[in-house]
Design a protein around this ligand. Structure first.
Ligand SMILES: [Zn+2]
Length: 358
């Protein structure tokens, strides 16, 4: 069993509000129909119906406040969607969409912001980003993005990087719920450069609930039963996230520790991943410590990275996943019970462990 980790320090910058605020963003709307469908509703209508059902589900929990970017069929700019979420100081941003493909591809996938890792992810992001061309003044608004060349990847914004762990965690819960409760095909958690996710300063995901180009899935997406089932599955994921992360974060006395939750997929033994360095994260602290064994219960091979105002301390550095798992056990025996494995690409760029192991 491996672990995905939620860094509790990231969310402690603002005092936690009493209610857990979730911004629900139904993709597209008004003149922007999203993906068209020869039969049934266009993407914008399906997304809205799922979002409204999801909002109802979430509102059953008195601790949750739901904020919508749109509740009816209106056009809203991408940056305005982000502004709504940021102004509300929301705890989560969830954008709901439907996928499309020329094949009979089917299944659900949930995105967090990141580099386009492959052509397929790029195409999904391109399709969702294309909406900006319907906005007035889009050249000014999105000057920072090279819209004519989506290949110039929209990288992680500084703020989204802070929230990447939480975003991946929520995305995994959404996919888990789709797979386990609804038996949907799990197309997994992915990364790509969605402009709408680039605007928000909180954990954010974009859910492609299914393909309106697949004959069976289109029926499901158009049915009230399917929309409600998807809404309930997403609500379930939000509930789990809230319980594991938010309730934890509100307890400031332990806010500098890490929440550890089981990850979905088992790692293969003797796994060596070239181009990736695994490390065991021992601690995160505002204190700058020397990376000497006496500061780390006798452990050698300690490295330190500064992330924002926090120093992170790591044990070991190897591309051998089996070895790093052994080192994790060693660190735990030494008393670092909340230690966990992280993965880096070159230049100390952290990448989600799950993605690397896939
Ligand atoms: Zn869409």
């Amino acid at each position: 069993m491996s672990f995905v980790n939620v860094n509790a320090t990231s969310l402690t910058q603002k005092p936690p509000s009493k209610k857990f605020k979730v911004v629900l963003d139904a993709g597209h709307g008004g003149k922007d129909h999203g993906k068209p469908s020869k039969v049934g509703s266009p993407e914008k209508d399906i997304a809205l119906k799922i979002v409204l059902a999801l909002g109802k589900e979430l509102a059953k929990n008195k601790d949750i406040e739901v904020i919508y970017t749109r509740k009816k069929d209106v056009f809203i700019d991408l940056h305005e969607r982000g502004r709504i979420a940021n102004k509300a100081e929301a705890d989560l941003f969830i954008s709901v969409h439907c996928n499309a493909h020329t094949s009979q591809a089917y299944g659900a996938e949930t995105y967090v912001l990141g580099l386009h890792r492959n052509a397929t992810n790029l195409n999904v992001a391109k399709a969702e980003n294309a909406v900006v061309f319907l906005e007035e003044n889009y050249e000014e608004t999105y000057a920072q993005y090279d819209l004519n060349s989506p290949e110039s990847a929209i990288g992680l914004g500084l703020m989204q990087e802070e929230f990447l762990d939480q975003s991946v965690f929520l995305a995994s819960l959404v996919q888990d719920n789709f797979r386990k409760k609804l038996k949907r095909k799990d197309r997994s958690v992915k990364q790509a450069g969605f402009i709408v996710l680039h605007q928000t300063v909180m954990p954010s995901v974009l859910i492609e609930t299914g393909f309106i180009t697949n004959t069976n899935e289109r029926k499901y997406l158009n049915s009230q039963k399917g929309q409600l089932a998807l809404a309930r599955a997403i609500a379930g994921a939000v509930g789990e996230y809230k319980e594991k992360v938010f309730s934890y974060l509100t307890n400031e006395t332990i806010a500098d520790q890490e929440v550890i939750v089981p990850e979905v997929e088992e790692a293969q033994p003797d796994k060596i991943v070239t181009g990736v360095t695994f490390k065991v994260q021992l601690a995160a602290s505002k204190r700058k410590l020397k990376t000497k064994p006496y500061n780390f219960k006798g452990l050698k091979e300690i490295s330190r990275l500064k992330k924002g105002k926090v120093f992170k301390y790591y044990y070991g550095a190897t591309s051998n996943y089996t070895e790093i798992k052994r080192k994790l056990e060693e660190a735990k025996k030494k008393g670092y019970t909340t230690a966990f494995i992280v993965s880096f690409e070159e230049n100390n760029i952290q990448v989600p462990l799950k993605q690397v192991l896939n």
